[in-house]
Ligand binder design. Structure first.
Ligand SMILES: [Zn+2]
Length: 201
């Protein structure tokens, strides 16, 4: 049985497309209406491809299902910001290049891709980083005074503990975001900004 080799391109919005997808011509049609853009978002996935249903793609149907499941469970994240990768095809492309050419293509979400295109990545992540740090510090300040109040009225200690668990789970999200963004900025400085300099020179 002959399998279809995927062939990829990335549009100016950072969306990975497969040229063997049955809707590829629709994907690349310029000047789409808002409705058509919404349609595109729905069908820009292997799950809307005939080769997925026929199970004749280079990637077996079962493997695609597993990758999609991991993506939805946020096990596959953007190397630059830690967000979930929005599209299955982005991951499929990276896996394909690694399997075929032994080239590791970093997984980058569409938002980061756009900020790389317009060279605003460091600026945008700096603002987001500051936002998360401020949000964390404010919540730390509030929880500190909340607990002083709870300790003064001991009867509410159980409620205080429940609130603390809730606060902790919310704050962990901020802390994770801060760590991911710090790592992403380091990754950018180490691999991406340097490669841009190399390309220009
Ligand atoms: Zn990202």
């Amino acid at each position: 049985m002959k399998f279809i080799e995927p062939s990829f391109e990335i549009d100016n919005k950072g969306r990975t497309m497969c040229k063997n997808h049955p809707y590829y011509q629709f994907f690349i049609t310029p000047h789409k209406s808002i409705y058509e853009e919404k349609q595109l978002e729905k069908i820009l996935t292997c799950k809307a491809c005939e080769h997925y249903y026929n199970n004749d793609c280079y990637f077996p149907k079962r493997e695609i299902d597993l990758i999609e499941r991991d993506r939805q469970r946020e096990r596959i994240k953007c190397v630059l910001c830690g967000n979930r990768i929005h599209r299955l095809l982005t991951i499929i492309q990276s896996l394909y290049y690694e399997a075929k050419f032994n080239v590791k293509v970093p997984l980058i979400c569409c938002d980061c891709h756009l900020s790389l295109n317009d060279q605003s990545f460091m600026q945008r992540t700096k603002l987001r980083l500051v936002g998360f740090i401020i949000s964390f510090l404010i919540s730390l300040y509030l929880i500190f005074y909340f607990f002083l109040a709870i300790l003064a009225v001991k009867v509410f200690i159980i409620i205080g503990l429940i609130f603390l668990i809730f606060w902790f789970s919310m704050s962990m999200k901020d802390i994770k975001k801060i760590l991911y963004l710090r790592e992403g900025r380091k990754y950018y400085q180490k691999f991406i900004s340097q490669s841009n300099v190399d390309e220009e020179s």
